[in-house]
Design a protein around this ligand. Structure first.
Ligand code: NAD
Ligand code: UDX
Length: 455
């Protein structure tokens, strides 16, 4: 029985290892983290992250072939295969601040692996990393002449939050990059063997290490580029009375374009898109590819523009001032079905509204705890209220910032009755029935659509 270790028990490490444990009863999987609270929660009834379908899988495997621990050193010694799934955020200091990946957690892990290894190991990059990071990892791991062989592989994770279990159960592909040497290919085969427990062979792609590392950054760049592209068109729609949903449908039915990821919105959020594009921009600049860097940087600029545009439209339609107006924010998570708020567009939008001296009441089914942390400097101007009906009471406006299913079926007649008039709705996710809301009496502003105003 092989021992798998995963370093980093976060949004990727936890669900990914739970899935491997479920599908591969012939492997023992241990997930370690320096964060004691997280490790304790993985072993409790309330998991540290909210992800539909995750709990039953953890319940099925926990303490059978899935273990959580804070003993990083001891588990490194025991492991045959080590996945490294630590955070790789954007650097906030020094050279490359604001763009480059902060590799401090990554490098510390490499040094720990070196320190505590007594036998050969396969080390798998699960975190998203700049292309050629494996080279640095190999240099660190092979810096001691201790007779231990470390083979580094790249196996980026493509799961999206909120659908992680579905994505892991039936992935579009699994990508594994390794060296073309004999030991490199042997290690690649070891990893293929794990995924082959449940993923069809034709979906397991093997490439060289650098292609694998780079493909992860490129996938996120292309996905977020589509969102920024449709968001630019939403601005043009608002100026021309075209409807962005109709345009998305019209272009998305072209099989060369495809229909996914064409939902105009308040902007993309999440811990990956912005970080990974900026990381790629930094790499391009590093290699002197300035035109390429400028091209991709625009995806992030447009995302910021879209958030700003949303707030500007709110203020303009509410008679050019929101001072002391109560605005009920429906949804704070960066997307539905997660409590994660990292880089959520709601953070910037709320901050801009607070700078305009609005008073906010924030509602979200899963993200209020994180929202309080994200907006800790503004708590005197904010209330938090899980019940959307209570949040709407005496509000001048509703702003829908996350596409939670439950917001589609609220009783908007009841909500209209308790709001200050004229009542406004700003649908930042285009999930509501705008004509019906207008008929109730709301002034309705959706992304990339003509306004429906009684004024
Ligand atoms: P996360 O912050 O949720 O989890 C990372 C964990 O690593 C933390 O719990 C942290 O305490 C732990 N850690 C850091 N240094 C450590 C060390 N030296 N020893 C032990 N534990 C350590 O991050 P995440 O969202 O799971 O992302 C992890 C990586 O996966 C990132 O590179 C990210 O870009 C990538 N990724 C994330 C997603 C996603 O949806 N969140 C999807 C694909 C890829
Ligand atoms: C993303 C990638 O999809 C995933 O493959 C990668 O592993 C991690 O990064 P994630 O950030 O979890 O996943 O969610 P995703 O579904 O991609 O959504 C990202 C953001 O884009 C969200 O804020 C979402 O609301 C927004 N979005 C998505 C849009 O605004 N419009 C769309 O059409 C799709």
């Amino acid at each position: 029985m092989k021992n798998i270790l995963c370093i980093g028990a976060g949004y990727v490490g936890g669900p990914t290892m739970a899935m491997i444990a479920k599908k591969c009863p012939d492997y023992t999987i241990t997930v370690v983290d320096i964060n004691e609270d997280r490790i304790q929660k993985w072993q409790s009834d309330s998991l540290p992250i909210y992800e539909p379908g995750l709990k039953p899988i953890v319940d099925d495997t926990l303490n059978k072939n899935l273990f959580f621990s804070t003993d990083v050193a001891g588990n490194i010694t025991k492991a045959d295969i080590i996945f490294v799934s630590v955070n790789t955020p954007t650097k906030t200091f020094g050279k490359g601040a604001g763009k480059a990946a902060d590799l401090q957690y990554w490098e510390k892990t490499a040094r720990q692996i070196l320190l505590h290894s007594k036998t050969n190991k396969i080390v798998v990059e699960k975190s998203t990393l700049p292309v050629r990071t494996a080279e640095a990892m190999e240099r660190i791991l092979n810096s001691h002449d201790n007779g231990i062989h470390f083979e580094v592989l790249s196996n980026p994770e493509f799961l999206a939050e909120g659908t992680a279990i579905r994505d892991l159960t039936d992935p579009d592909r699994v990508l594994i990059g390794g060296h073309s040497t004999e030991s490199g290919q042997k290690a690649v085969n070891e990893l293929v063997k794990i995924y082959a427990h449940w993923v069809q062979p034709e979906k397991i792609l093997t490439t060289n290490l650098w292609s694998s590392e780079l493909s992860k950054l490129v996938a996120n760049a292309f996905l977020s580029q589509r969102i920024s592209s449709i968001n630019t068109i939403s601005a043009l729609c608002e100026a021309t009375e075209a409807d962005v949903e109709e345009v998305s449908k019209a272009i998305g039915t072209d099989s060369r374009i495809g229909s996914k990821f064409l939902n105009a919105s308040v902007g993309f959020g999440g811990s990956c898109f912005q970080k990974d594009i900026l990381n790629m921009v930094y790499l391009c600049e590093y290699y002197g590819l300035n035109e390429v860097a400028t091209y991709w940087e625009q995806v992030v600029s447009i995302n910021n523009y879209q958030k700003q545009r949303f707030v500007t439209r709110m203020i303009k339609s509410m008679f050019n001032t929101v001072v002391d107006k109560k605005i009920a924010v429906l949804g704070f998570a960066f997307k539905a079905d997660t409590g994660d708020t990292r880089e959520s567009p709601a953070i910037d939008i709320c901050k801009q509204l607070l700078e305009e001296r609005a008073s906010l009441i924030i509602s979200d089914p899963k993200a209020i705890r994180n929202a309080k942390i994200d907006l800790e400097l503004y708590l005197d101007q904010i209330e938090f209220e899980p019940d959307p009906y209570a949040a709407a009471a005496d509000a001048h406006a509703l702003a829908v910032l996350t596409e939670w299913e439950e917001y589609k079926s609220l009783d908007y007649d009841r909500i209209f009755d308790v709001m200050i008039k004229p009542a406004f709705i700003f649908d930042g996710r285009n999930i509501l029935d705008h004509q019906r809301l207008f008929d109730i009496g709301f002034n309705v502003y959706a992304i990339g659509k003509p306004e429906l105003s009684h004024l």
